[in-house]
Write a protein that binds this ligand. Structure first.
Ligand code: ADP
Length: 482
């Protein structure tokens, strides 16, 4: 089967969060069988620099009147998975973050940038396209690729089947209704039965409405997003499409995130040889300017800094933990309000150390060196960092929601792998953290819990199998235009 995987970021070319990790690892896992999987993403400067074996592909013309575009054919470093880079310099040749400019605001032409990505992927999904390769299934991810199924719907004919995966429903790709004319979609698409959402254009809604199949990244989140509490206004549509929606739990890249051969940590370790973890903790304490104390329980956090992630809970609870002899090491970047709040916390609480920025290597060292990993997200579609933490024997402290609920079981009752709380409130976070401190004092129970956490099966094989079954079903039930 031929699969085109469309994404706005993919590790190691460019990554801002979990979508980048998934887009780096899932196509690799899918390509391990007989399937021919190719990635399509924008030709950001970082991507052009990092790919291997670049050569010119077919031209795409100027389909949106936003600039000439062409495809560049290349391979992903490491995995060798083929990747098409959509080269439209007017839209993508700019440094920095793929979604926001240096002022922290969305790029003003994001509707054109991601319409271009979607348009290129849709063009490649039509038989007889200039590349000479036509996928059976195009797998779109998040709002940036939400227009792919819309274009294919209106073009009709024997085109690729479409899967749309929601990695985070909160990001809806909302633009003023006036942009519709620039997207190359017919006026009738601007309808409640289409991409209109409360008087605006929503790229996310286009993906949810026009795709043949919908998935999200954990079974619990698949249920949650059909409720008004988690549905971000899309719950009605999601309930209507419940028959087409499944939750497939993400895996993690077990080569990149492996304490037994991680070159970013000082010394490898495993569940039976934990000395390397003790070394990682000591070096992390030194690196983050914390007292080098092997007995002090060390809470770690690596996160995008948005209100989703419950940073306010951490700000409130951290001083209480420090008062009980614990330490806290945080790496994050994102909303200025949270960056400032964490900087202030580090000044007022000497046991808390904060590094503001994006640092792949320090992320590994925190996840390896900490004892407890904090992830008190208000909602969490899947979450990968808690799975990394489990693999590194760093017991996660999580809210019982979305993928956190599907991957971490509370230690209560003598089993389980982490500390789970039910209500997103700082008192609940504090209570879970105090339970963690109590267990930390019981060295035997702690080690047993670590061993359970580290033995969890977290590779991509099961997810890849589920996606393959979904693709197969779609292709078998192929019909002409829906
Ligand atoms: P989300 O996709 O909501 O950001 P996930 O837990 O699914 O959350 O994935 C986050 C990914 O981004 C993980 O690989 C995590 O290690 C990484 N990450 C987040 N913030 C940073 C940071 N400041 N520096 C390095 N890596 C980070």
């Amino acid at each position: 089967m031929k699969i085109l995987f469309a994404t706005s970021e993919a590790y190691p070319l460019l990554k801002t969060g979990g979508l980048g990790d998934v887009a780096g690892a899932l196509p690799t896992a899918l390509a391990k069988g007989d399937d021919d999987v190719r990635i399509i993403m924008p030709a950001y400067p970082q991507a052009l620099n990092a790919v291997e074996g670049k050569r010119d592909g077919p031209g795409l013309g100027d389909p949106l009147g936003a600039g000439e575009a062409r495809l560049i054919e290349a391979r992903m470093p490491g995995s060798g998975v083929p990747v098409w880079l959509v080269d439209c310099p007017a839209l993508f040749d700019r440094p920095g973050n793929p979604y926001v400019g240096p002022d922290g605001r969305d790029w003003p032409d994001n509707h054109l940038r991601f319409a271009m990505l979607s348009r290129a992927a849709a063009m490649l999904s039509m038989p007889g396209n200039a590349s000479g390769w036509t996928p059976d299934v195009v797998h779109a991810n998040d709002w940036q690729t939400g227009l792919i199924p819309a274009y294919l719907h209106y073009w009709g004919g024997r085109r690729a089947r479409t899967v749309f995966t929601v990695h985070n429903l909160q990001y809806q790709g909302l633009f003023p209704a006036t942009v519709l004319g620039e997207l190359g979609l017919p006026p009738e698409s601007y309808s409640i039965e289409g991409l209109e959402f409360h008087g605006q254009v929503s790229f996310l809604k286009a993906g949810l409405f026009y795709s043949d199949a919908l998935t999200t990244v954990s079974p619990t989140y698949a249920r949650e997003i059909q409720t008004s509490e988690y549905g971000c206004g899309m719950e009605g549509l999601l309930r209507l499409r419940a028959g087409a929606l499944t939750g497939v739990l993400n895996g993690i890249d077990t080569d990149d995130w492996n304490p037994e051969k991680d070159s970013r940590i000082p010394k490898p370790y495993s569940a039976t040889r934990l000395a390397g973890k003790t070394t990682a903790k000591a070096l992390l304490q030194r690196e983050m300017g914390l007292p080098e104390d092997p007995g002090a329980p060390l809470f770690g956090m690596v996160s995008r800094l948005t209100s989703q992630k419950g940073i306010d809970f951490v700000v409130e609870v951290a001083p209480k933990l420090v008062a009980r002899g614990a330490q806290v090491a945080i790496l994050g970047s994102g909303d200025k309000v949270w960056e400032d709040a964490l900087r202030k916390l580090a000044v007022s609480s000497p046991g808390v150390s904060v590094s503001i920025g994006y640092d792949e290597s320090l992320a590994h060292r925190i996840i390896a060196g900490a004892d407890i990993f904090m992830m008190p997200s208000r909602f969490e579609p899947c979450g990968l960092t808690q799975m990394y933490a489990l693999r590194y024997g760093t017991l996660p402290l999580v809210h019982h929601t979305g993928g956190l609920a599907d991957t971490v079981e509370d230690v209560g009752g003598g089993r389980g792998t982490g500390f789970v709380f039910n209500k997103p409130e700082s008192t609940a976070v504090a209570a879970a953290a105090f339970r963690a401190l109590k267990l930390y004092d019981d060295k035997k129970a702690w080690k047993e819990t670590q061993a359970r956490a580290m033995s969890r099966n977290s590779g991509w094989e099961m997810a890849a199998q589920s996606y393959k079954e979904l693709y197969t079903t779609l292709v078998q039930t192929r019909h002409e235009s829906p």
